[in-house]
Design a protein around this ligand. Structure first.
Ligand code: GDP
Ligand code: MN
Length: 386
C-alpha cells in the first residue's frame, strides 16, 4: 500500500526524521491559510501517489501568499502526467504547503528489503533529486548500499560510514534520520522508506524534502492506523471493487481477461497465455468459495477493462463444482449481454454437467478441453480482433 507525501511526513515527524513545517490543503483558500502560519518562501506540492511530480509541474516554489494562492489554484484539479502515472495521469485533489528550504545539496537515502539476501538494504547516493533508476544506469558507482543483518540491526557506525563516504557535514542529523527511518520501517512493516531528496541546507543541516513510504499489504492487519491512511481515489477502481467482493484482482494491461480459482492456477494460466503469444489483461482469482454472484461480479470487473477482447475461464472444480461455475457463467453472460467471446476450460467435480449446461445455453461460451487448448483459442481470438 502507498500513502501520500504529507502522510509519510507525519510518520517522519513521529519517528524523529527532520522535515519542514507544512500541512495539506484541498482548496487554494486553505493553502493560503496554511502558508500564513509558515515562513516565506513556500513550496506547493501536488499530492498524488507518484514520483516525478517536479518535472511534471506539480511542485512550485513561491515567494508570497498571493503566489501561493495562484500555484495552488493551478495545481489543484490538474491531471499530472509523470513517468510513473501512465498516459492517463493522476488528478490532483490535495496540495502540501510547506516552507521552502535553502538547499545547498541534494542526496538520495532509502531503505528497502533486499530479496536476494533477505537483509535490509540501506541505499544512499550523492546524486539526489534525480530518478534513482537513472543514476543506477548511468553511474552505478555513485550508489552506496549497506546490507543490514537483522540480528545486528542498523547501527550508528553503518550510518557514520555512509555519511563519511557522501561527505555529509551534519553527521548527527544524518544518523538521526537513518535511525528514524529504520525504526519506522520495522514498526510499521514497510516495504520502502525513501527520501529523495534528502537536502543539505545552506546552514549545513539535513532535512527530508520528499518522502515516500510503502507498506507490506500482508502486514496491514497489524496496523489499522496505516490502513486508515489509504486514499481510495489513488487506487485502481477495479482492484478496489474486487476487494469489496473478496476477489483477488491485479490489472496487467494485456487483452485476455482471466477468471481462475486459486493463485497457483492463476500463475500457471498467465504463463500459458504468454507461452502461446498473448498477453493477460489481468489476474482475477475468485478463490475457493466462488458463488454464482461472485462469478458475475468477476465478469463485470473484467469487462470494465476496455482492453479485454476475450475472456479465459480456467477453473478447477475441487471444492466448488463445475456445474455451479457454469451456472454463474451463464447467468453472468445473460444478465450482462456479454458480447466478448468466453473460452471456458473446466475440470473436476461435475465437469460433464457443467459442459452440457454451457453447450445448451446457446451463448458464445467456447469449451476447451485443456489449459493449453483454451489459451491457444484465446490467442487466436485476440489476434483476429486486432
Ligand atoms: P518529486 O518530483 O515527485 O520527486 O517531488 P520532490 O518532492 O522530490 O520535489 C521535486 C524537486 O523540487 C526536488 O528535487 C527539489 O529540488 C525541489 N524542492 C522540493 N522542495 C523544496 C524546497 O523546500 N526548497 C527547494 N529549494 N527546492 C525544493
Ligand atoms: Mn522526490
Amino acid at each position: 500500500m502507498k500513502i501520500h507525501e504529507y502522510q509519510a511526513k507525519e510518520l517522519f515527524e513521529e519517528f524523529g526524521i527532520p522535515v519542514l513545517g507544512g500541512k495539506v490543503a484541498e482548496t487554494a483558500e486553505e493553502a493560503v491559510k496554511i502558508a500564513e502560519g509558515l515562513k516565506a518562501p513556500y513550496v506547493i506540492k501536488a499530492q498524488v501517489h507518484s514520483g516525478g511530480r517536479g518535472k511534471a509541474g506539480g511542485v512550485k516554489l513561491v515567494n508570497t501568499l498571493e503566489e501561493a494562492r495562484e500555484a495552488s489554484e493551478k495545481i489543484l484539479g490538474m491531471t499530472l502526467i509523470t513517468h510513473q502515472t501512465g498516459p492517463e495521469g493522476k488528478l490532483v485533489r490535495k496540495v502540501l504547503v510547506t516552507e521552502a528550504a535553502e538547499v545547498a545539496k541534494e542526496y538520495y537515502f532509502a531503505m528497502t528489503v533486499d530479496r536476494d539476501t533477505g537483509k535490509l538494504a540501506v541505499i544512499a547516493s550523492s546524486e539526489g533529486g534525480m530518478e534513482i533508476e537513472q543514476v543506477s544506469k548511468e553511474s552505478p558507482e555513485k550508489i552506496l548500499t549497506e546490507k543490514i543483518d537483522a540480528s545486528v540491526g542498523l547501527r550508528d557506525y553503518h550510518l557514520r560510514y555512509l555519511a563519511d563516504k557522501l561527505g555529509i557535514k551534519d553527521v548527527k542529523g544524518f544518523i538521526k534520520t537513518g535511525l528514524g527511518m529504520y525504526k519506522l520501517f520495522y514498526a510499521k512493516d514497510c516495504s520502502l522508506v525513501e527520501i529523495n531528496p534528502l537536502a543539505e541546507l545552506k546552514d549545513g543541516t539535513i532535512v527530508a524534502l520528499d518522502s515516500k513510504v510503502n507498506f507490506d499489504d500482508n502486514a496491514l492487519f497489524r496496523h489499522p492506523e496505516i490502513e486508515a491512511m489509504r486514499d481510495p481515489a489513488e487506487e485502481d477502481p477495479r482492484e478496489l471493487e474486487a476487494k469489496a467482493y473478496d476477489l483477488n484482482y491485479v490489472s496487467l494491461g494485456g487483452n485476455v481477461g482471466c477468471l481462475v480459482n486459486g493463485a497457483g492456477l492463476a500463475m500457471a494460466t498467465m504463463d500459458m497465455i504468454h507461452a502461446v503469444g498473448a498477453v493477460p489483461a489481468n489476474f482475477l482469482d475468485v478463490g475457493g468459495g466462488a458463488t454464482a454472484e461472485k462469478v458475475t461480479r468477476a465478469f463485470e470487473i473484467i469487462l470494465s477493462d476496455k482492453g479485454v477482447k476475450c475472456i479465459f475461464v480456467n477453473i478447477f472444480g475441487g471444492i466448488i463444482k463445475c456445474d455451479m461455475i457454469a451456472e454463474g457463467l451463464i447467468t453472468a453472460a445473460r444478465t450482462m449481454d456479454l458480447q466478448i467471446p468466453v473460452v471456458a476450460r473446466l475440470e473436476g467435480t461435475n465437469v460433464e454437467e457443467g459442459k452440457r449446461m454451457m453447450r445448451e445455453s446457446g451463448l458464445n461460451i467456447l469449451p476447451a478441453s485443456s489449459m493449453r487448448e483454451g489459451a491457444e483459442m484465446c490467442a487466436k481470438i485476440v489476434k483476429e480482433a486486432a
